[in-house]
Design a binder for this molecule. Structure first.
Ligand SMILES: [Zn+2]
Length: 120
């Protein structure tokens, strides 16, 4: 189950679990309101990234809690409720793609390998 049709997501949480290499993306999707779907998940395991100090590749342990909303189409921002919303336009949520974009975000953070961390 990599792609989920947004309209099929109801108020009963829909569990998902995706494993890729050494990473697990596990959580659920649940209909919230006004075409918004809550995604709550954990992203954990190891990813390969480059050290920002020595530039060597290394395995980074990650353990992230994710919580955001998916909008089925354009989300009309509401000043009263500032939500973390990802807009999707093809009526489906590609969980693998969502996972990969989270991994890219982590990789773009400042990361240092174990050896460089010992020196500091
Ligand atoms: Zn390093």
């Amino acid at each position: 189950m990599m792609k989920v049709t947004l309209r099929k997501i109801g108020t009963t949480p829909l569990d998902f679990e995706i494993k890729s290499d050494e990473i697990t993306f596990k959580g659920y999707l649940q209909y919230y309101a006004n075409k918004l779907i809550l995604l709550k998940a954990k992203l954990y395991g190891k990813i390969i990234t480059n050290c920002d100090i020595c530039a060597n590749e290394f395995k980074l342990d990650i353990n992230e809690e994710l919580e955001f909303f998916i909008s089925d189409g354009i989300y009309e921002k509401n000043e009263k409720y500032l939500l973390d919303v990802v807009e999707l336009f093809d009526a489906t949520a590609d969980l693998k793609e969502l996972m990969n974009s989270e991994i890219e975000l982590i990789k773009s953070d400042y990361n240092s390998c174990e050896e460089c961390r010992v020196v500091q």
